[in-house]
Design a protein around this ligand. Structure first.
Ligand code: FAD
Ligand code: NAD
Length: 466
């Protein structure tokens, strides 16, 4: 068996692990990264990127169909559009290949040794690596620092295991046909992003959600425009409803009043959350402290064992790629000898529904709960010229600031293309901006950003365009 000695060993090449690798390489820390599947992890291969590609393709197809139906207010008409799903999926796979190839090249450029295979932990300083399809390990790696970045897996419902018509997001991202009837279980991020895309591709979509509203993690005002748009698209929502299991190809459900129904389905997308990948690779051998299903870490991503670190989805919520990347970069710097802590002022979250939702920092309700006295204001996109020109006037931008000194502590927005506002929102909070800073910044016209400035002006009592 080949033996490799290194300073930093990273297990998992997702956004957390590969960014840690790149930064460690830049800092001349001898680094080995073990990845069992493809570099880029969930995010690049079966998550963020392919889902956004499918969402875009579905949106284009849906638009083309509205032109054919002569319902476009823009006066555009066209003949009946068709979609060649094989080409759509090939296009999506091309983007994935380009990005994952890029990750491999960046690791190489920075001197990181990439070992393809599945790592099994023997102790806090040693792993063995088995190639896919092999029974025996062929490489043993010994390290000074072990960074655990094995990510997460979709939660399976025990009475509706994945297989046959019951699929996870992974299968939903590589369809060979558009199912006529799709039942989506879970109205969270994945259920609504992909449920909307499938509806736009032509499926009849029914979303079954246990809570009494969609996107229960977001505040009700933000979700309203999304719920209205789903209604216009013809997505059926069954809220406060539990799934009981499969009955042939039908999904048996029970609503809040105890009434049972069967929903016909060609495919059932189960999207009820993801769980840290903590079993099956010897992690138990380390007996690390856990917090719920995740590995417990401190503000430097140290676990309860010396020189063993954990980042990303494996270290719990929020399970977002940009948080994993930020933690990975930080751990690499600490291992290289720098002093760092993970203390972001805010981590943005974006839901790529139609319209999109962005939240950064505190909502008015969260500020209330924390006992912070606030000033808050909304600016609606119905009063923004740019929003009108891109046919997306539903929604608003909301700012939340401390009453005492006007320091901004939260932004929320819902509307078309608002994901692109996330950077400015997060920067303003990270830089400690006050309402006056945003109100006094010249925002380009005509842009959605003007609604950001106007929300700040409105919180100060003198919005200009409303
Ligand atoms: P992962 O990306 O899961 O990577 C872990 C890697 O470790 C995997 O490649 C795995 O093969 C490897 N691995 C595991 N065990 C071993 C082992 N024993 N040996 C070797 N390798 C191993 N987040 C966003 O911020 N924005 C989005 O728009 C977004 N969209 C998403 C859409 C979908 C459909 C899904 C499923 C997720 C989405 N996410 C999104 C979440 C995002 O993908 C994750 O938060 C992110 O990938 C976590 O990064 P990570 O590095 O912690 O783990
Ligand atoms: P989620 O936590 O976003 O949503 C799960 C939903 O399923 C919830 O609304 C929950 O109430 C519901 N649910 C749970 N059990 C149920 C049951 N038995 N029957 C009916 N409904 C049930 O989870 P997800 O959509 O699977 O996404 C997983 C994670 O992936 C997210 O939490 C997020 O961290 C990440 N993600 C992020 C993005 C993004 O950033 N845009 C996109 C996709 C995924």
């Amino acid at each position: 068996m080949e033996t490799i000695n290194t300073t930093l060993l990273i297990i998992g090449g997702g956004p957390g692990g590969y960014v840690a690798g790149i930064r460690a390489g830049q800092l001349n820390v001898p680094t080995v990264l073990v990845e069992g599947a493809s570099p880029g992890g969930t995010c690049l291969n079966i998550g963020c990127i392919p889902s956004k590609a499918l969402i875009h393709a579905a949106e284009e197809f849906c638009k083309a169909r509205s032109y054919a139906a002569e319902t476009s207010p823009l006066g555009i008409t066209s003949s009946e559009p068709r979609i060649d799903l094989e080409r759509t999926v090939a296009w999506k796979d091309g983007i994935v290949k380009k990005l994952t190839g890029g990750v491999g090249a960046l690791l190489k450029k920075n001197g990181v040794k990439l070992v393809n295979g599945w790592a099994t932990i023997l102790d806090g300083k040693t792993v063995e690596v088995r190639q896919e399809g092999e029974l025996e390990a062929s490489v043993r790696i010994r390290c000074e620092h072990m960074l655990l970045a094995a990510g997460s897996l979709p939660v399976e419902l025990p009475f509706m295991p994945f297989g046959g018509p019951v699929i996870s997001s992974t299968e939903a991202l590589s369809p060979d046909a558009v199912p006529q009837r799709l039942v989506v279980v879970g109205a969270g991020y994945i259920g609504l992003e992909l449920g909307t895309a499938y509806r736009k591709l032509g499926s009849q979509v029914t979303v079954v959600e246990a809570a009494d509203r969609i996107l229960p993690a977001y505040d009700a005002d933000l979700v309203k425009p999304v719920a209205a748009a789903l209604g216009r698209l013809g997505v059926e929502l069954r809220l406060g409803t539990s799934v009981l299991g499969m009955d042939g190809n039908n999904v048996r459900v029970r609503d809040a009043s105890g009434v049972e129904a069967l929903l016909e389905a060609d495919r059932v997308l189960v999207a009820v959350g993801r769980k840290p990948r903590t079993t099956g690779w010897g992690l138990e051998n380390l007996m690390l402290d856990m917090i719920g299903p995740a590995i417990k870490v401190d503000d430097q991503c140290r676990t309860s064992m010396r020189n063993v670190w954990a980042i990303g989805d494996l270290a719990g919520e929020p399970m977002l790629a940009h948080r994993a990347m930020a933690q990975g970069e930080m751990v690499a710097e600490i291992v290289s000898g720098k002093r760092r802590h993970f203390a972001p002022a805010a981590i943005p979250a974006v839901c790529f529904t139609d319209p999109e939702i962005v939240v950064v920092g505190m909502s008015p309700m969260e500020a209330d709960k924390a006992g912070v006295e606030i000033v808050t204001a909304n600016f609606p996109f119905s009063a923004n010229g740019r929003a009108m020109t891109i046919e997306s006037t539903d929604g608003f931008v909301r700012v939340v600031a401390r009453k005492s000194d006007h320091r901004i502590i939260g932004w929320q927005a819902v509307g078309g293309a608002v994901s692109e506002l996330a950077a400015g929102f997060t920067q303003s909070i990270e830089l400690g901006a006050q309402l006056e800073d945003i109100a006094g910044t010249i925002h380009a016209h005509p842009t959605l950003g003007e609604a950001v400035q106007e929300a700040a002006l409105r919180a100060l009592g003198h919005a200009l365009h409303i």
